[in-house]
Every structure is written in C-alpha cells, then in structure tokens.
Ligand binder design. Structure first.
Ligand SMILES: [Zn+2]
Length: 291
C-alpha cells in the first residue's frame, strides 16, 4: 500500500530551499541553429512524391530521403498518431524521445528537432510547420505533440486491466508495420520500436500530483505537422486506438480515424546551401581509452 506522504517533517528552512530559482538544464541557445530560413524557402515549392494512408488502429511505415519533407495530416476526424523514426540505413540510430524532451521541452513545434540516440545524437528531423501551434499551453497545462508519453502498449494494459489481452496498441501496431516493412520477426522488430512523438495528442502533467494526463485532441481534418528529413529516414506511424485520446486507449471503444503521411520534395537547387548533420563529435573513449 502506498504510504501517506509526506512521511518526513519539513526542516526549518524548507521554504528557503524551495525558493531557489530553477535553472534551464540545457540552454538550447548553445545548439547549432536550425537553418529555418532555408527550410522556409524550400517548403515554398514542394512536390508530392508519395503518400501513405494509415488505417485506424494500425500503423504503416514510410520512407523519406534526406532533404525531403514529410507531413502527417489529420483526415476524416480527430486522431492521434504515434511516430517512430529510424536512420533508414542503420536501425540502431533511432529517435531519442527523452533527450529531445530534455533539449526542447515536453511538447514540440516549429523549429524543434527530433534527436537521435547515442552515440549519434544528431537531428533526424526538424519541424518546419505546425497548424496547431496556436494552441500553446492551456489552463490545465496541456499542449500538443508531446514527448512525455511513451506509446500505449499491451504490457501496461495487461498490468492495469487485470490480465487484458489487446493487440492494437500503438506498440503492437508499430511492431507489425516494422516487421512487414523490413521482413523481421515480430520479436526482432520489437527491439527497434521506441518511445514516440505523440503527434496531435494533447497531454500534460496534473499540477497537484504531477500525473500524466490526456484530453481530447484539438486537431481537425486538414491540420498537419510538417518535418524536414535531415537524414534518410524510415518512419512508422500508428493511428492510436485511443482516437482523439479523450477517454481511453488500449481498447476498440474510441472513435478512430485514419492519418495520412505525405512525402514532399523541394525544387531543384533549393537545398544547395544545406549540409546533412554530422554524428556527435564525442570521441567515445569514456575516460578509458580509444574506442
Ligand atoms: Zn496509442
């Protein structure tokens, strides 16, 4: 049973200790700036290269070459999407949700970047347009496109539901999609599925208990989130069984809608001044010796 908290009496200087001002962990002003002016110029002349329809409660993979853009669009009705990204040429380099959160905050929008796992730690994609950027943070502390939730999954569902077996959580959807795309067994594919960017999902932490909450997504058909691919990408997008995530996920009870992914190519010469990001320059010796 959870203990009644606090169990410990506050010290005499408790207020003084609490009053210490916060310091931003990672001052992102020190990051090499994303060339947003170049991206904005390039996105003025985009041609559609490919499109994918992600059915409700399913996931689909898609491929985007470095220097192309991709959009995730709401179609038919409010729907949340769970996004995984890999280096198309090396699946061990994948989106690092936790470090992206530490660098850019709990929710992403235009100008923020999706960073890759160690030892690479480079931008995989940069957000170049967000039709929900007007939402900001609401009175509950909620906002859209979070990197705090991990993805709905059958293990947590089983734990909390007393043994439930549900096979269309985003985690399983992403496994099926990656398995089909790369001809890996489900067990092998599962090793590559990772914490997501929750596209269009509206989430936050409750002010009093710090618990993760969700509320109905403000997304409407026609809204989209747009990215610039910094490296060759393999993506997987799941149309969450939670639909707009206004009530529950991990079941078939919510109204669900498809999502569309569009891959777009900028005009010739639009990226003449662009260079793909380099891998981290850390030497990987970790105080031991050469790697
Ligand atoms: Zn989900």
């Amino acid at each position: 049973m959870k203990p009644q908290r606090p169990e410990t009496d506050a010290p005499a200087d408790a207020d003084e200790r609490r009053a210490v001002p916060p310091v931003i962990c990672y001052p992102v002003a020190a990051l090499p700036p994303a060339p947003m002016a170049l991206y904005q110029a390039a996105r003025a002349g985009l041609d559609l290269v490919a499109e994918y329809l992600v059915p409700p409660r399913e996931a689909r993979c898609f491929r985007v070459s470095a220097g192309q853009f991709f959009r995730i669009l709401s179609v038919e009705g409010p729907q949340v999407g769970d996004l995984n990204l890999w280096n198309a040429n090396d699946l061990s380099e994948r989106f690092y949700s936790g470090k992206t959160r530490a660098l850019h905050g709990t929710h992403l929008s235009t100008g923020d970047r999706m960073w890759s796992s160690f030892p690479h730690l480079r931008p995989m994609a940069t957000i170049t347009h967000d039709t929900l950027d007007w939402y900001g943070f609401d009175a509950s502390g909620g906002s859209v496109h979070d990197v705090i939730g991990t993805r709905c999954d059958p293990y947590t569902h089983n734990l909390l539901s007393g043994g439930g077996q549900y096979h269309h959580c985003c985690h399983s959807n992403l496994i099926r999609a990656l398995s089909a795309e790369t001809r890996r067994s489900p067990v092998d594919a599962e090793r590559h599925v990772h914490d997501v960017l929750n596209v269009f999902m509206c989430t936050g932490f409750t002010r009093d208990t710090g618990q993760y909450f969700m509320k109905a997504s403000p997304v409407r058909p026609g809204d989209y989130l747009e990215f610039f691919a910094e490296i060759d990408l393999l993506g997987a997008l799941s149309a969450c069984p939670g639909g707009d995530c206004s009530s529950e996920h991990s079941s078939d009870s919510a109204a669900c809608h498809p999502l569309r992914v569009e891959v777009l190519r900028p005009g010739e010469n639009a990226l003449d001044d662009w260079r793909p990001p380099a891998q981290s320059a850390y030497d990987r010796s970790h105080g031991i010796g050469p790697a």
